[in-house]
Write a protein that binds this ligand. Structure first.
Ligand SMILES: [Zn+2]
Length: 275
């Protein structure tokens, strides 16, 4: 039986004879359906027209993204540590070349995903590399393909090994998670931020939204909460969700001033010029 994949968000559903009626991920206010309507594909079809590209962002951190762009277009990150490799976030396309390359680099000891828009084909990746998937329990309802490899975690943080910590920030999704890598950023710390802390095109600021495509902002308390959760962690570099969304330095200060700008925008009377 095929496992259908939503063309708009890239989520793979449980194996089924026929395509689902609708995609609950796209059929809610944070996502959307294009005017052409709901469409489905499969991993087999995706493999015929797409392949994965690889880019080293810094030593021991390799981005993996699909070309041409598919669905939301995020790239995953392969984080290599002495205790094993973690796949941070995920993409829909897993092909033979990707399996060979990742196995050649030591395989995976775990998969962690920031939020449901990037759950994609996570179960395929978990099976190919015999690795557990760590998802925050607050987003359990958005899992479209259940599997014994999925491990739900609760609370505000989870250690995946020395210097690798999942931090639940909430915001965009209730279980919205970022990964702090203490040894990243040449030892000054790196934040793998998904789009829970969104690196924006100018790369001088980040932002925070409930919906990016539909431009629904977060409340001031939700953004303050994100700041409070990140407060204990030092980081110089921020790796966002796309190949070109990396902030190479001053990451922590950029998050701090971005939160201040955001709060000034939503709490102000609109008369101040925001920079
Ligand atoms: Zn969808």
């Amino acid at each position: 039986m095929p496992s259908f994949i939503c063309v708009t968000c890239g989520t793979q559903f449980a194996p089924c004879d026929k395509a689902p009626e609708r995609c609950p991920i796209c059929d809610e206010p944070r996502q959307f359906l294009p005017p052409s309507g709901q469409a489905w594909t499969t991993l087999e079809a995706l493999r015929r027209g797409h392949c994965n590209a690889f880019r080293e962002h810094e030593p021991n951190l390799i981005g993996i993204g699909t070309e041409p762009v598919f669905a939301i277009g995020q790239r995953a990150l392969l984080l290599m540590t002495e205790q094993g490799n973690i796949l941070w976030d995920c993409i829909s396309l897993l092909d033979a070349a990707t399996i060979a390359i990742v196995k050649g680099l030591g395989g995976l000891t775990g998969i962690a995903i920031s939020h449901p828009h990037y759950y994609s084909s996570m179960v395929e990746w978990a099976h190919a590399f015999d690795a557990p998937i760590h998802l925050h329990a607050a987003d359990r309802q958005w899992v479209m393909r259940n599997d014994p490899t999925i491990k739900f975690w609760e609370g505000d943080s989870l250690s995946l090994g020395e210097g690798v910590t999942l931090i639940r920030c909430g915001g965009h999704f209730a279980g919205g998670t970022v990964l702090h890598w203490a040894q990243g950023g040449t030892g000054r710390g790196a934040l793998l931020s998904g789009d829970i802390v969104q690196v924006i095109p100018d790369r001088k600021f980040v932002t925070f939204m409930r919906s990016y495509p539909n431009m629904i902002p977060l409340s001031a308390p939700a953004v303050e909460r994100i700041g409070a959760r990140l407060e204990p962690y030092a980081f110089e570099v921020i790796h966002g969700a796309w190949f070109d969304r990396t902030i190479p330095q001053h990451g922590k200060q950029i998050v701090t001033r971005s939160i201040a700008r955001y709060l000034a925008a939503v709490r102000g009377d609109g008369s101040a010029e925001l920079r």
